[in-house]
Design a protein around this ligand. Structure first.
Ligand code: MG
Length: 390
């Protein structure tokens, strides 16, 4: 039984656009779009709620946004200003717990399990945070409170905009049951399509499938789906200063010595690691491969790259080289992990993600890998597609 925790997810509402509206009263109540030049090829970084009524969303081409709403105000991205406001938000959050994990410029998780003696219940803390953000910064945040990160994020989403939602452990099952499977972490369009073909469109329907069956259909992602459908997520809130590495590992349902399986798994893990690095604005130099064998002996191998990276492909290539160098012999592998550490913090400023935790599609790892490995990789690439289109 997991120790019960309280996690808060804070997500600023239409962050960049809201800052512009705050700073220029003329823009209030109007559709405001922060992003590229509508005459050029830029995309929307952030759209005010007035603009969203026209169906304008982040990552949409600005030219298209302008066609949808010709009277919208278009403003360039002023990242220096948003970063300043972001640090003011994070300072407020840090007042309630040292366990604050900033996931993007406008979003953070807090573990407030140990904060109640000083500040009251998690719900009370969430109210205070929202009030202080409004009073001190003139902005609104949507806040979710729940026993883990996964549910807290769903709760803040549900609370949008300018709202607060608390989901207690006992309520989580009912709350999740009604959600479409696309709300689960890691379920992109292609996984959703495959689930739909199995007749699964809600979390309740997903729960009817035993874990082994999900694993047989979705590989290791099946395990993940099984757990999320039950609201299980034990990932810790990791404060940035403490984060020394980003890693993912997976235990096979059945131990394997098949190189093809190991390599496909490395690719998948490398993509997950790359995705996390990009979300956290971290670039690392050292790639670590971890293998645990059937007899539970564990080895780790490291390679240091010439330059720090947050891209899937160099991580995967290094992990692949490390695997090749291990003399597997007849040993079967029980667990495989990929990690990146030795972070370079100087390159972070230019890499802040856009608003709403979205990132422009900078990385096209699958396309590159398909090019590299040719048509034989297509099946494997399709499997991996599930993991990346989130
Ligand atoms: Mg946001």
């Amino acid at each position: 039984m997991e120790v019960s925790r309280w996690v808060i997810h804070v997500d600023m509402d239409a962050f960049f656009a809201a800052i512009e509206q705050r700073d220029k009263p003329d823009f209030r109540g109007k559709p405001v779009i922060v992003g590229g030049d509508p005459q050029g090829r830029g995309v929307v970084s952030s759209a005010s709620y007035e603009a969203r009524q026209y169906g304008i969303k982040s990552a949409m081409p600005c030219a298209q946004a302008q066609r949808r709403c010709p009277r919208a105000v278009f403003l360039p991205v002023d990242m220096g200003k948003y970063r300043q406001v972001s640090s003011e938000v994070m300072q407020i959050l840090a007042g309630y717990t040292p366990l604050v994990e900033q996931v993007s410029v406008d979003e953070a998780f807090l573990d407030v399990t140990g904060s109640s003696r000083l500040f009251g219940t998690a719900e009370h803390i969430a109210h205070q945070i929202r009030r202080r953000i409004k009073e001190e910064l003139g902005l609104t945040a949507s806040v979710g409170v729940a026993p883990n990160k996964f549910i807290a994020k769903l709760a803040s989403e549900e609370a949008k905009s300018d709202g607060l939602m608390v989901i207690e452990e006992e309520e989580a099952q009912d709350f999740l049951a009604e959600l479409p499977v696309t709300h689960l972490w890691g379920v992109g369009k292609s996984t959703a399509d495959r689930l739909h073909r199995l007749g699964i469109s809600t979390v309740a329907q997903l729960r009817e499938y035993p874990e082994e069956v999900l694993i047989s259909h979705f590989g290791m992602q099946g395990q993940h789906l099984y757990r999320l459908a039950r609201g299980q997520d034990d990932s810790p809130v990791q404060p940035d200063g403490e984060r020394k590495s980003v890693s993912h590992e997976i235990t096979f349902a059945e131990d394997t010595a098949a190189l093809e399986v190991l390599r496909a798994t490395l690719l998948q893990l490398s993509e997950q690691v790359g995705q996390r690095l990009r979300a956290y604005n971290l670039r690392g130099r050292t790639v670590t491969l971890k293998l645990r064998f059937s007899d539970f002996t564990t080895i780790t191998r490291r390679e240091t790259l010439p330059e720090a990276t947050d891209s899937d492909e160099p991580i995967y290539r290094a992990a692949g080289r490390l695997l090749e160098a291990v003399k597997l012999g007849r040993r079967k592998v029980r667990l495989v992990g990929v990690g990146v550490s030795n972070f370079d913090r100087t390159g972070q400023l230019a890499l802040l993600p856009t608003d709403e935790g979205q990132r422009p599609p900078l990385d096209k790892p699958l396309d590159k890998l398909r090019e590299r490995f040719g048509p034989n990789s297509i099946k494997r690439a399709r499997l991996l597609d599930e993991q990346t289109k989130q």
